[in-house]
Design a protein around this ligand. Structure first.
Ligand code: IGP
Length: 258
């Protein structure tokens, strides 16, 4: 089993359990369930912002602990005040050390929040809405095109936007109209290799009506300039900021150079 298969197997068990612990009817009573959502697409297109979706990431399967010191509140507040177009919060606990509490803790900021998890069931999308998300991630490598279609429709009906993540050309058939942002993961989730060139080639094959987001391994302003020329408008960055002595200062300095 590769790491992605392991994560998905674990996720299935986890979701089955959560559905019993907290049925959909209870999720619908949560305070954010009826909240008006913000559009990540619009925020990315807003010229006054940076196009960066800054990610709160404590740990990852490939890097281990990245930052277990700075709180979600403090880090995301800085991301928001220095011009992030969106904030991504990893909610997977087993492999990334996150939680839905982290999502709630980031909600105070006036930018769209992306719930970053391995979505395999519509229950997780309802959960995302209930705990304050504006957008959810769907990963093509974990879903069939049919599943993407139906999960994206669920999200849309709840007023959530979908960021569909691709890595390979073979996944282009997963793109559908209920998706508003298409992410290209520079990192191969099966072996963790990062390749910007590969992402640029793939982006050329994605229709410009979708907002293109480059994800992972970005660690220099030059990467952004290069990716912008290739048509990317959004840039998802986690580790580069999180691993610094002060992710808050690092984000500020990075955005000054843009
Ligand atoms: O920390 P990085 O290299 O800047 O990457 C952020 C983000 O793209 C990465 O965390 C990610 C991309 N796709 C995912 C899917 C699941 C979990 C995590 C991810």
């Amino acid at each position: 089993m590769n790491i992605l298969e392991k994560i998905i197997a674990h996720k299935k068990t986890e979701v089955t359990k959560r559905k019993v612990e907290k049925p959909v009817a209870d999720l619908e009573k949560e305070r954010f369930f009826k909240r008006e959502t913000l559009s990540l697409r619009k925020f990315i297109l807003d010229e006054k912002k940076t196009g960066i979706i800054a990610e709160y990431k404590r740990q990852s399967p490939s890097k281990g602990i990245i930052n277990d010191r700075d709180s979600v509140e403090i880090v995301t507040k800085a991301y928001f005040s220095y011009g992030a177009s969106g904030i991504s919060v990893l909610t997977d606990h087993e492999f990334f050390g996150g939680s839905l509490d982290d999502l709630i803790a980031a909600r105070d900021n006036g930018v769209p929040l992306l719930r970053k998890d391995f979505t395999i069931d519509e229950y997780q999308i309802i959960e995302a809405k209930a705990y304050g998300a504006d957008a959810v991630l769907l990963i093509a490598a974990c879903l069939s095109p049919q599943e993407v279609k139906s999960l994206a429709a669920v999200a849309r009906n709840l007023g959530l936007e979908v960021l569909l993540e691709l890595h390979d050309e073979s996944e282009l058939e997963h793109v559908c109209d209920d998706v508003s942002l298409v992410g290209v993961n520079n990192r191969n989730l099966k072996n963790f290799e990062v390749d910007l060139e590969h992402s640029v080639r793939l982006a050329q094959q994605i229709d410009d009506k979708f907002i293109k987001v480059a994800e992972s391994g970005i660690n220099d302003v030059k990467n952004i300039q290069y990716l912008k020329q290739a048509g990317f408008k959004g840039f998802l960055i986690g580790e580069y900021f999180m691993k610094q002595t002060s992710p808050m200062e690092a984000f500020k300095e990075f955005t000054y150079q843009l």
